[in-house]
Ligand binder design. Structure first.
Ligand code: SAM
Length: 262
């Protein structure tokens, strides 16, 4: 998991080690271009040049896919300047930088005008606000009738073993897809579509490269407590997934903000 703003068993100094593992991966959470594309295709109609906000963009794999799949402008937002540098560099090399804007901001204190985006996108990042709170925050910034597409952790079965429950205590809002849909409706969104991530969306661009990074660093970082804590936490996260992926995953939710009078 990517929790730089949450209590963790290591201090500020270890952010450097944290970024060397998590910040160097193709994605900073589960996902794939194919899944981003599938979610884009659930949006029935976009303006010719939509204005899209990508909240918690991380290294920006989905930012680039949004630039490729729409003719719009994407505003990539993250509170880590290192992530914004990566998105900008990737967009530059892909020849897409002309439609990219970037901003280093806290997603909990966004400074945009109300109703200023046609689409708000957020892959693996709304949990930083909490799902329900995040949907309410996004509602303020997306236009009435505009779209919100997010990926979020979900239970796949109702009886997860104690070890999995304990791991996910870090994010108590993990819930079933049905429960998430109810929250979306309560927050006055229409649900346009949703789907659960396949296992390879966790491994191909996230856990497999993370395992390689861990092995590269294990010897070099041996004896440095903050660095070892990062490796231990990452190894634990991967092992919980490998053992218990039948019990949890991520799901994409594509929503439309209801108009105020509906
Ligand atoms: N969307 C990217 C992806 O799927 O590869 C990144 C997902 S990563 C799990 C979450 C991202 O949210 C990180 O890049 C992190 O820096 C960012 N983030 C966490 N808390 C944030 C906050 N309060 N404001 C802005 N960005 C935040």
């Amino acid at each position: 998991m990517w929790p730089p703003d949450r209590p963790r068993p290591f201090g500020i100094r270890s952010m450097e080690y944290f970024l060397q593992i998590y910040g160097s991966l193709p994605r900073a959470g589960p996902g794939s271009d194919e899944l981003t594309r599938r979610a884009v295709e659930m949006i029935p109609q976009l303006p010719d040049s939509p204005r899209i906000l990508d909240v918690g963009c991380g290294p920006g794999a989905q930012t680039l896919e949004l630039l490729r799949r729409t003719a719009g402008t994407v505003v990539a937002l993250d509170f880590l300047p290192e992530m914004i540098e990566r998105v900008s560099a990737s967009a530059e090399s892909a020849g897409l930088a002309g439609r990219l804007e970037t901003t280093v901001q806290d997603m909990g204190e966004m400074t945009f005008q109300p109703a200023s985006f046609d689409v708000i996108w957020s892959e693996g990042a709304i949990y930083n606000l909490g799902f329900e709170n995040g949907l309410r925050v996004f509602r303020e910034f997306v236009k009435p009738g505009g779209y919100v597409a997010i990926s979020e952790a979900v239970w796949l079965k109702s009886d997860p073993p104690a070890e999995v429950i304990e791991f996910w205590q870090e994010y108590p809002e993990i819930d079933t897809v049905a429960a998430k849909l109810k929250v979306a409706e309560r927050c006055r969104y229409e649900v346009l579509g949703h789907f659960v991530f396949p296992a390879n969306a966790w491994t191909d661009q996230y856990y497999d490269p993370m395992e390689e990074r861990i092995e590269e660093k294990r010897e070099e970082w041996s004896g440095i407590p903050e660095a070892e804590a990062v490796l231990t936490a990452a190894t634990k996260e991967i092992s919980v997934f490998r053992e218990y992926s039948d019990f949890f995953s991520y799901a994409f939710f594509v929503l439309r903000r209801k108009r105020n009078n509906k």
